[in-house]
Design a protein. Structure first.
Length: 139
């Protein structure tokens, strides 16, 4: 991660920065070979991979993170890094991500510009394995 890339250190709300500019503040990730951008308002922490307990029959696991049990979505092979995100109702840990950079990135159509390429903008809900596991839109 680039040092000081976040600017003042205050988290921008989901949907973009509070400056009214054409930049987005957040993290650029590599997820299964795809560049992905998650806005800082959705991120609680970048952590080392925790020990994950499998949940039989479920597409997710559970882990003890910062004193709380959270759902873990395995997006790929463990990389040593996990992203703790603020979900619709609770936090969720995304495992199998590699954080490439954090900071302020120029917006472009359905993404941000990172290293000359487009990183697709995602929210934690975009990583849910099936729509049936997503909370209702009005929840």
């Amino acid at each position: 991660m680039s040092a000081g890339a976040r600017g003042s250190g205050s988290a921008a709300p989901p949907g973009g920065g509070d400056r009214g500019d054409s930049f987005a503040h957040g993290l650029v990730l590599m997820v299964q070979g795809e560049l992905v951008f998650v806005e800082i308002g959705h991120v609680s922490a970048v952590l080392e991979d925790p020990w994950v307990s499998e949940v039989p029959g479920a597409p997710f696991g559970m882990a003890l993170v910062q004193g709380q049990v959270v759902a873990v979505l395995k997006l790929g092979a463990p990389t040593g890094q996990s992203l703790l995100c603020v979900g619709a109702q609770d936090e969720v840990l995304l495992q199998g991500v590699r954080v490439l950079d954090a900071g302020r990135f120029p917006r472009m159509a359905q993404g941000v510009l990172y290293d000359g390429r487009r990183a697709r903008v995602c929210t934690p809900l975009d990583f849910m394995p099936t729509p049936s596991l997503r909370p209702p839109a009005n929840a």
